[in-house]
Each structure stands twice: as C-alpha cells, then as structure tokens.
Ligand binder design. Structure first.
Ligand SMILES: [Fe+2]
Length: 453
C-alpha cells in the first residue's frame, strides 16, 4: 500500500511535520472579551513516516493544537507532539520519566482536557494520560499522584455539580473487566471499581446521570486473531455478541449493575444522558453505528451513524430505541454544564457526500431536542469541520447562550481556522474567525479550557 492508498495519510488527514509557535493571530470579526483561556484539540500525527499498509489512524502519535484567547485577542497558536519515550527519541530529546502503565507508553492522541488547573492529553486502551504545561510542552505520564491503578480513557465525564471526572477504562490485560473511576476536583482518584462486561470490550466513551454511570457493553472486542496477524489496532466486531447497556449506581459496585439488552450496534459517543424525571429510567442520547470494525478498519463507517434516543427503564427491560435524526453524524456534544442533566440542545458534525469530484462537505448541526428541530451551517465544499465545543457566554447564561468553537480545515487552500459562532444563530454571521499559521489535520476531540479565575 502506498501513502496515497491510505486515507489517513492524505488530504485533511495528512500529518504536519513542524511544531509552530505564532503570536497575535489575524482575526476577522471580534473575539469576545469573555473568552479567556485555551481551545485545545488532540489528534493522531505520526512523528515518523509510518508504513502505509500498517498505519491505522487510531494509533498515530498524539499532537495537541492550542489557540490561546485573551482580552479579545488571539494571543497564540501552538502545536506540540506529546512526548512519549518513542516520540521524544524520534525528536532527538531525552524521554520524560513517569509512571507508564504495563509498558504501554503511548503519546495520547484522542482528547485533551483541563482539570484542577492542569492539562492532560488522554487516550483509551491501557495507556496513562500525559500531563502538559499551559504551553503544551510535555511534563510526563501521569497516574494522578499514584492514585490511578491502570490506564485511563479518552472520555471522562465531568459532573458539573461536583467537578468530579467519571471514567470507564478498559485494557486487554484485564480480561472482561473495565475499571470505573472517579477523579476528584483536585485530580486524585477517590473511587475505583472493577465491573465484568460480557467480553474484552472496547469501551470508547460513557455517560453519566445524577444516579448512574452508563456502561456500553457492545460487540467490539479485543481480538487475539488480529494481534496474531500483526494488526496495530486489535479490536474487531464480534458477531453474535450479547449487546447490552448497564446502569451502575454511582456509588454501587459490580453486583449493582442493571443490564438492558440492546440491538447490536456500536456507539463511540453518547451525546448525554439524564435520569427520567419520574421513575427509575434513564434517557441516553447516542450516535449509533450499525456496526464497527466488522468489514472495514480504514475508510468510512459501515452504515450511517444516526442520532438516537435510548430509553432505559432501570429494571432490565430491553432498551427502547427512538430515532432522533437519520442523517449521518458524529462528534455529539452538549453544553458541559448539562452533562448528566437533562439537555435541550446538542451539537454534532454531519458529512454530506457531494460527489466524487468535489468530495465532501461538513455541516454543523444544532439539535433542539425539545422542539425536535435542527439548524445547520455548511462550511462549503472541501471544508472539514472538527468537533464543535460549546462555551457559555457567562457562568449563569442559558443553555444555548454562548459560542461554538471548532477548527475548520479547507482542502482547497490547505489552511485551517478556528471558527467562533454564536450558538443560537449558527447560520448567521460568525462571531470571529481566527486564522491559524498552519493546517490542523483532521483529528479527534477538543475542549475549551477557561483560565482559572
Ligand atoms: Fe471519541
């Protein structure tokens, strides 16, 4: 296979090769003065040219891109590889010592978060977080002061009422167990529980409510066959797997989980979950893929990922599935202040296939789930839109009263920009567009990390 034949080494996915620092970035429109902090985004960006036939996007070394906003200015842009030992060596630097888990030293490539005034690049499947400085230099691998027993996840959920991070972590060395952890607001694990799933599953994400942690026990499992064949990404769809969703009481243990059967499918990302106001049930909004890693490991998904509302009764009945939106979409997000609480609005990225010549078009979708309506904004043909992150205008602002921030990559010009939209007027005039000094390859997840006040 050539580089040209691996979709994750070309076009919007092609890695960049330089670490750039630029200050006082050009802006059109006006950066709101209330936005003081950093927009951070992580993604795979192999430091050494990979063997195209063996390269899977999920396994590329993590590179974090950051844009610092302050007092109405776009103060800086930086991109930095996360220095795992291998990345440090490739860059001719000394490795950063630290508590690596089970020799799984990996430059986390999936998400980047702020917590307790610190910055962490994070990933799933056994590797620990790497801590970064404010300016994205690598400090080293982190076990939260010796409190994290194993690896972590790329998708902790922060309870907005307590500031604690809930996570479901998996690792092939734990057999069928996952580890459910709660990290307190001071960045120490205060609770850790093992729960047996039906197999050695890949649990990419979770959701919380005020009562429960949601466990997604779905048919993508660790495959010894894939390992034996030399695959760098060893998780595969398992035909016949018993798909189910568990509700683990927040303070319960493995024996307290109530399981609910669901039609086999795969969910990378819940949008959010919340307790039914009456009764014991839970509402869980997810982006549902009909299957994953069944026939394809590279390239587009196996059928359209749709937005679904799952009704879970809390007593073990099968999940009732309700289609909310049948256009293909991913990267669902809500206002972080609604995580685990009832939400009205959600945001996602849809991709329209236009035709073979002009390629695809990314569309931002704003869901009003009370009215069951959507608003969309296109960024034009050839534009690749990253995950959109909601930032409230003020701490006490309403659920859609704020901005959406996302990086847009233009295939036509090979440039990227940070777009800031008014969340209640996404198809109106943009609040601001911050030009970036180099392209930002398509990646995974990002977050707005406000300055601590
Ligand atoms: Fe993800």
């Amino acid at each position: 296979m050539t580089v040209a034949a691996n979709p994750y080494l070309q076009g919007t996915f092609a890695p960049v090769h330089e670490e750039v620092t630029a200050t006082e970035l050009p802006v059109s429109g006006r950066v709101p003065e209330a936005l003081n902090g950093r927009y951070l985004r992580n993604g795979p960006n192999p430091v050494s040219v990979p063997e195209p036939a063996a390269y899977h996007w999920f396994t590329g070394d993590g590179m974090v891109h950051g844009i610092r906003l302050r007092d109405g200015r776009a103060e800086w842009y930086r991109n930095r590889w996360v220095r795992s030992a291998e990345v440090a060596r490739a860059l001719g630097e000394a490795p950063r010592p630290g508590p690596v888990h089970a020799e799984m030293d990996f430059a986390p490539n999936t998400n980047v978060i702020g917590h307790a005034g610190r910055t962490f690049a994070i990933v799933e499947a056994g590797a620990r977080p790497y801590e970064l400085t404010e300016e994205l230099e690598t400090i080293g691998p982190c076990d939260f002061g010796g409190t994290l027993e194993g690896g972590y996840t790329a998708h902790p959920k922060r309870d907005p009422l307590t500031g604690e991070l809930y996570a479901v972590s998996y690792f092939f060395g734990w057999g069928n167990d996952v580890e459910v952890t709660i990290i307190d607001a001071a960045a120490r694990v205060r609770s850790s529980r093992r729960v047996a799933m039906g197999g050695p599953v890949s649990v990419h994400d979770t959701a919380i409510t005020q009562r429960y942690v949601v466990l997604l026990d779905l048919p993508v499992t660790f495959s010894m066959e894939a390992v034996a064949s030399g695959a760098s990404f060893p998780y595969r769809w398992q035909e016949g797997y018993h798909a189910r969703v568990g509700l683990l009481p927040r303070d319960g243990d493995a024996t307290d989980v109530v399981w609910h059967d669901v039609e086999p499918c795969y969910v990378f990302h819940p949008m959010n979950a919340f307790d039914e106001p009456d009764g014991d049930g839970v509402v869980l909004d997810v982006v549902r893929h009909p299957s994953m890693f069944r026939t394809q490991l590279l390239g587009p998904a196996e059928g359209s990922p749709t937005l679904e509302r799952w009704h879970i009764d809390g007593h073990g009945s099968a999940v009732k599935e309700e289609r909310l939106d049948d256009r293909g979409q991913e990267f669902p997000r809500v206002d972080e202040r609604r995580v685990g609480l009832a939400h009205r609005y959600g945001y996602a990225v849809a991709v329209h296939e236009i035709d073979d010549i002009v390629g695809t078009e990314s569309v931002l979708v704003r869901h009003d789930l009370d009215r069951r309506t959507t608003t969309t904004r296109s960024f034009g043909r050839g534009a690749a839109l990253g995950e959109a992150v909601f930032v409230p205008r003020a701490d006490d602002a309403g659920e859609s009263d704020g901005w959406l921030m996302a990086i847009v990559h233009s295939a036509d010009t090979g440039t990227s920009a940070l777009h800031i939209l008014n969340a209640d007027d996404i198809d109106g005039e943009e609040q601001a567009v911050v030009e970036l000094p180099q392209r930002v390859p398509a990646g995974f997840h990002g977050n707005w990390v406000p300055d601590l006040t």
